[in-house]
Design a protein around this ligand. Structure first.
Ligand code: ATP
Ligand code: MG
Length: 401
């Protein structure tokens, strides 16, 4: 164990060396300094395990110069040798980083040996802890860096996929339109009994499906890249519902489904983009018609809801009596190309409708979610914020700013 004594009084230095010489259980290498210059020289040559600092007077002049050595040598333990009862000096030394104290009046080689053992054990524990701390910090840093890299990769892959899908959809749209037009032309020219008619109808059906898919991919790519301009205007959500019902009237009657719009008891006047909200309601209602059993009822109702962050808004709810949404799929169905297990491949669709709805609602600073209704069937809810400038009075009044 390398020990460095810093003692300005030569007599005290000799006395200390004498005490250390009596310690037989420890192997000690002792160096003595009495000036700052000799301290610098020692620290440049070796790293002491213990530094015994003699406080030369009541004001602790010797310890003043220790500050820089304590800071620069975290592996060395500094012990102050002082007169009894100088609490102020003890306090100052502790703040500086001195780890233990010895009182000159009661010091013996036994006390010195015990202190050296205790202090070295404590210091090595401290250093071990510091090493773990550093290792842990390094580990956390490495993990964070790896996560960032993964996130960046995923983000770039997502951007590249969206760009690719958007590019390819764009390129495919023109030939798709040509296929559709020529199929329609062919259908118009052949007799209803012609066996080719069946094939042409299949081509028409598949091309329509592909065109819808391409349109949806392009819509979503534009929404995701923030390239869609929204035209937020005050309006009545009930008008949107009526327009969607109109647009889907043939589907409703084909499946003999009755849409029951409950007269709202809250104001449905909000600020939104009419066209985009119509797209949302058409997709939700289209899904409800698609998944509800024939001859059933789909109920649309409004409610007012305050979110946990105190934001007030209106919720448009759509409840059907179809298979409902399982809890595990409730979030996933809003991702692109995700279709529920129950209907996958059985009922047509691209699996993009809800992803588009989510983007549109997010642009309105709203929320959209799905649950299974307590009485069965799916319950889709769209929350839109109330705008302070849009009238929230009763529904007989036109919406105004
Ligand atoms: N009302 C509903 N009842 C049960 N499942 C539903 C309902 N609405 C949506 N889903 C589930 O969510 C999936 C995703 O719906 P989404 O509207 O995104 O796609 P899609 O209807 O399959 O195709 P499209 O892109 O043509 O809308 C559906 O395939 C279905 O599994
Ligand atoms: Mg859909």
């Amino acid at each position: 164990m390398v020990i460095l004594i810093y003692e300005r009084s030569p007599a005290d230095a000799v006395w200390l060396e004498g005490l250390l010489a009596k310690i037989t259980h420890l192997e000690l290498e002792i160096h003595v300094c009495s000036t700052a210059e000799s301290m610098d020289a020692c620290f440049s040559k070796f790293q002491p395990c213990i530094v015994l600092v003699g406080a030369t007077n009541d004001h602790g002049e010797s310890i003043q110069i220790m500050d820089k050595y304590i800071l620069l040598n975290p592996k060395s333990a500094f012990i102050l040798l002082m007169d009894a009862g100088n609490e102020h000096l003890r306090h100052e030394a502790l703040e500086m980083g001195i780890v233990d104290f010895l009182t000159k009046e009661t010091l013996s080689h036994v006390v010195l040996e015990q202190t050296l053992q205790e202090v070295t054990a404590r210091k090595s524990q401290e250093l071990e802890l510091l090493r773990h701390h550093k290792d842990l910090g390094k580990l956390v840093f490495e993990r964070m860096a790896a996560l960032w890299a993964e996130k960046e990769l995923a983000r770039n892959a997502h951007i590249a996929t969206s760009a690719f899908l958007s590019e390819i959809s764009h390129e495919l749209r023109t030939p798709m339109h040509a296929i559709l037009s020529f199929t329609e032309l062919g259908l118009a020219q052949i007799s209803p009994q012609d066996p080719i008619r069946h094939f042409l109808l299949r081509i028409q059906q598949s091309s329509q499906h592909l065109t819808t898919l391409l349109d949806h991919i392009l819509d979503l790519a534009k929404l995701e890249s923030g390239k869609v301009e929204f035209n937020f205007q005050p309006g009545d959500l009930l008008d949107v519902v009526r327009a969607a019902e109109d647009g889907l009237s043939s589907l409703l009657s084909n499946r003999n489904i009755c849409l029951d719009v409950v007269p709202p008891n809250v104001s449905t006047c909000l600020a939104f983009d009419h066209e985009k909200m119509l797209q949302v309601v058409i997709n939700l209602l289209g899904n409800a018609i698609k998944f509800a059993p024939p001859c059933s009822r789909v109920t649309l109702f409004f409610s007012e809801e305050i979110l946990p962050d105190k934001k007030v808004g209106v919720v448009l709810n759509l409840h059907d009596s179809g298979p409902g949404i399982s809890e595990e799929e409730a979030d996933a169905i809003f991702n692109k190309f995700v279709q529920g297990k129950k209907n996958r491949s059985k009922i047509g669709g691209t699996g993009l409708g809800l992803a588009i709805c989510r983007e549109i609602i997010a642009a309105h600073k709203g929320r959209i979610w799905a649950t299974t209704h307590p009485n069965g069937g799916a319950l889709f809810s769209v929350w839109l914020p109330r705008h302070p400038n849009v009238s929230s009075g009763n529904n007989d009044h036109p919406c105004k700013q």
